[in-house]
Design a protein around this ligand. Structure first.
Ligand SMILES: [Ca+2]
Ligand SMILES: [Ca+2]
Length: 312
């Protein structure tokens, strides 16, 4: 796997300042953002969707920004303190976590996004899959999440794009918010909010024989705008599982600032469930450890960029 060595940090911060704009993301997310923004994320020549610009102190839960490296639209997550625990509210290992501000990708990384990194000679093309079939070379799947990527392939992409994989805590907070929701939209499963294991699902234990969500496998990203999380992130439940940066270990009941996860361990974490999963695995607090060298048709990823205002 080639190392990613490009001088993005200083370039990225300046460039991000240049393209900062107020978007239509809100809590609950405005449908305007989902109607107007996804196309912008699929172009190789990303431009702000409005002419409105502002300075970093105005960044808030309603802000969006285009990442220059790959054209991905990101949503702003204001830092905060919250409780993490193994399951639900007040489970094992409950501890307080405090995060700085950050931006998280509005959608999973698509085949179109990923192809830019492959064409740059940095990323490995996901043309093989240990389980399932890759969609990377199928033009009709350009706006679907990239799949069949190992943890390292995901990590390489995010570094190439000028970001990094989210920590588990960052992913969790973007999905569940300060209210600590059990799903991005609330505390109860709602089949209308996501691409999950519906009536067309090939899983032998499919539990929803009478509900059709419209997709047998992956769906184009942002297909369920009503299922957006509090900060406007799409498909945090379902479509594909998402690699996060942390190695797996049970939570310890020790308060932490910007936790990075264990320093050792053979497994990494995936979060959010997929088109192959039911409500149990799709809960936003479900932690699933996985072999980081596996590349299957259920796992993709998204990236984050630290908030500029953290440095002021
Ligand atoms: Ca489905
Ligand atoms: Ca997902």
């Amino acid at each position: 796997m080639p190392e990613v060595r490009i001088n993005l940090p200083s370039l990225t911060i300046n460039a991000l300042l240049a393209v900062l704009l107020l978007g239509a993301c809100s809590a609950p997310p405005s449908p305007i953002a989902t109607e107007t923004q996804p196309q912008a994320t699929l172009t190789n020549t990303p431009l702000p969707s409005t002419g409105t610009t502002t300075s970093p102190p105005s960044s808030g839960i309603t802000s969006t920004m285009i990442r220059p490296g790959d054209g991905m639209e990101m949503v702003y997550v204001p830092g905060g303190s919250f409780i993490l625990s193994e399951r639900g509210k007040g489970g094992e290992g409950a501890h307080n976590v405090t995060l700085n501000n950050y931006w998280i990708d509005q959608t999973e990384i698509t085949n179109m996004h990923y192809s830019q990194c492959v064409e740059d000679g940095v990323c490995q093309a996901p043309t093989a899959c240990a389980w399932g079939d890759p969609t990377y070379e199928d033009d009709s799947y350009q706006d679907h999440p990239v799949i069949c990527v190992t943890w390292q392939m995901a990590n390489d992409y995010c570094e190439w794009a000028g970001g990094r994989l989210p920590t588990e805590a960052e992913w969790d907070y973007a999905a569940r918010g300060p209210e600590r929701r059990l799903y991005p939209w609330g505390d109860h499963f709602d089949a209308a909010m996501l691409n999950f294991c519906d009536s067309s699902c090939p899983h032998e234990d499919a539990q929803y024989p009478n509900y059709n969500d419209g997709y047998v496998k992956t769906s184009p990203v942002s297909s369920y705008p009503n299922g957006a999380s509090w900060c406007g992130a799409m498909d945090m439940a379902g479509n594909v599982w998402e690699w996060v940066s942390d190695r797996y270990a049970p939570y310890e009941a020790i308060d932490q600032d910007n936790p990075q996860g264990p320093k050792t361990g053979s497994e990494r974490l995936i979060r959010g469930g997929s088109w192959y999963d039911d409500a149990h695995f799709l809960r936003s607090d479900f932690r699933h450890q996985y072999n980081p060298e596996d590349f299957i048709h259920l796992i993709g990823f998204r990236c984050v960029v630290p908030g500029i205002d953290n440095e002021q």
